[in-house]
Design a protein around this ligand. Structure first.
Ligand code: ATP
Length: 369
C-alpha cells in the first residue's frame, strides 16, 4: 500500500479554512475549526480520528448535507459551497447502506441512473458492469433483504459508483461487518478504488483500517487536522503527541538536549544514553524534548551486554506472534517492547530480570512541543 500509482498531484476536493459550528451562544459546538485540506485526484484519502473529532461533519460538508459556517469547499477548482447535494458530482456510501429492501440487487444499482433519466440500454450496461465489478452477478435478481451484510455492502458500493461520481464519500462503511469480512472488504474497497480511479474519501476511527487502505490520511482531533501524510509518514514521523499515541502503540521519553547542529539534535536519554536525532522543520528545542520510540524498535539485552538504558522487566505477555515486555527504567519511566517470536525460540526474559533496553538511533523521533 502507501504510494498509489493512480493519484496525481491535482487537487480534486479542497476544504479552505472551513469552520462548522452547531448551535449558538453558550451552546455552540465547534465541530470544525478553520480546517484546510487538499484531497488529490484518484487517491484513497482517509479522515481518521476519535469519535466527535469532526470527520463526519467534514464529509457531510463535501456531500452538501451541511453548509460551512466559514470557509469554502472546492471541487476540481470550483467553489461548490452553495450547491445542493444532488448537483454535486459526489456520492455517499452510508454506514447503514440505505438499500431499498423491496427492489432487487440490479434495480438498486440502477436506481440512481433511472433518477438521472439515463437511457434504458445504458442503464442495463452499467448495471452489468457494476455487478461484475463487485462480483455479484449471480445475485442480480435477489431482493436485497435476502443478502448478507457483506453482500449488501457490495450492492451499496455498486449503486454509489454506478453514476461515475468524481468523488465517493464513505462514512465508516465497514463498521457493521464482523472482523473477517471487514478485512476482506478492506482489500475489496481498495481494489475498487484502484480499478475505477475515483477519488475516495473514507471516514474511520480505526487506525489499522486507515493504515491498510489509504494513500494518505488526515489525522483529526477536536475539529482540527493535525497531520496529513501517507501511512508510513504518519506512523514513522508523527507530528505531535496526539498523532503518535493515536496511530499505533508507542513509548514517550523525555530527553535532555545537549546541543543542536543544523537540523539535528544531540540528546541524552535516561541520563546515560547519547543519541542524535532529526528535528521537525523549524523547531527550536528547549532544554528537553519528548521523543517517541515504537515498541517494535526496542531491543532487550542482558544488562552487561547491552549499550541501552538499564531497565528491569516488570511484565511479560506472550501473544503467539510476539511477546510484549513492560520495562521499568532506573528513573521510574516505563517502556513497552514488542519482540517477535522466532521459530527457533530465543532469549526469553522474565519478570524481575535486569536488562538493557536499546534501540537503533534512527528509531528516535523528536516531537514538536
Ligand atoms: P463519530 O465517529 O462519533 O461519528 P465524528 O468525528 O464523525 O464522530 P462529528 O459527527 O463530525 O464527529 O461531530 C463533531 C462534533 O459536532 C461533535 O461534538 C458532535 O456532537 C457535533 N455535531 C455534529 N452534528 C451536529 C448537529 N447536527 N447538531 C449539533 N452538534 C452536532
Amino acid at each position: 500500500n502507501g504510494g498509489s500509482a493512480q493519484s496525481g498531484s491535482r487537487v480534486m476536493v479542497e476544504a479552505r479554512a472551513v469552520s462548522k459550528h452547531f448551535g449558538s451562544g453558550e451552546q455552540v459546538v465547534k465541530a470544525l475549526d478553520a480546517v484546510s485540506v487538499g484531497i488529490r485526484e484518484g487517491e484513497f484519502f482517509t479522515l481518521l480520528g476519535p469519535s466527535g473529532c469532526g470527520k463526519t461533519t467534514l464529509l457531510r460538508l463535501i456531500a452538501g448535507f451541511e453548509h460551512p459556517t466559514a470557509g469554502a469547499i472546492l471541487l476540481d477548482g470550483a467553489d461548490i459551497s452553495g450547491l445542493p447535494p444532488f448537483r454535486r458530482p459526489v456520492n455517499t456510501v452510508f454506514q447503514s447502506y440505505a438499500l431499498f429492501p423491496h427492489l432487487t440487487v440490479a434495480e438498486n444499482i440502477g436506481f440512481g441512473l433511472e433518477m438521472l433519466g439515463r437511457p434504458k440500454a445504458e442503464i442495463a450496461e452499467t448495471v452489468a458492469e457494476m455487478l461484475q465489478m463487485v462480483r455479484m452477478e449471480a445475485m442480480r435478481d435477489r431482493q436485497t433483504s435476502q443478502l448478507s451484510g457483506g453482500q449488501q455492502q457490495r450492492v451499496a458500493l455498486a449503486r454509489a459508483l454506478a453514476p461515475r461520481p468524481k468523488v465517493l464519500l464513505l462514512d465508516e462503511p465497514l463498521s457493521a461487518l464482523d472482523l473477517k469480512l471487514r478485512k476482506e472488504m478492506q482489500v475489496e474497497l481498495k481494489r475498487l478504488q484502484t480499478e475505477t480511479g475515483i477519488t475516495f474519501v473514507f471516514v474511520t476511527h480505526d487506525q489499522g483500517e486507515a493504515l491498510a487502505m489509504s494513500d494518505r490520511i488526515a489525522v483529526m482531533s477536536e475539529g482540527n487536522v493535525l497531520q496529513v501524510g501517507s501511512p508510513t509518514e504518519i506512523y514513522e514521523h508523527p507530528a505531535d503527541h496526539f498523532v503518535a499515541s493515536f496511530i499505533g502503540e508507542t513509548n514517550f521519553l523525555t530527553a535532555a538536549v545537549e546541543g543542536v547542529d543544523g537540523g539535528q539534535v544531540r540528546l541524552r536519554l535516561g541520563g546515560t544514553l547519547e543519541v542524535r536525532a532529526g528535528l521537525p522543520d523549524g523547531m527550536a528545542p528547549g532544554p528537553s524534548v519528548t521523543v517517541v520510540v515504537r515498541p517494535e524498535h526496542l531491543r532487550i539485552a542482558d544488562r552487561d551486554a547491552g549499550e541501552g538504558l538499564p531497565a528491569t522487566v516488570s511484565d511479560v505477555v506472550y501473544l503467539g506472534t510476539d511477546t510484549h515486555y513492560h520495562l521499568r527504567l532506573a528513573g521510574g519511566e516505563e517502556l513497552f517492547a514488542r519482540v517477535q517470536n522466532r521459530p527457533e525460540g530465543g532469549e526469553a526474559w522474565r519478570v524481575g530480570d535486569a536488562v538493557s533496553a536499546g534501540f537503533p538511533p534512527a528509531a528516535v523521533r523528536v516531537l514538536r512541543d
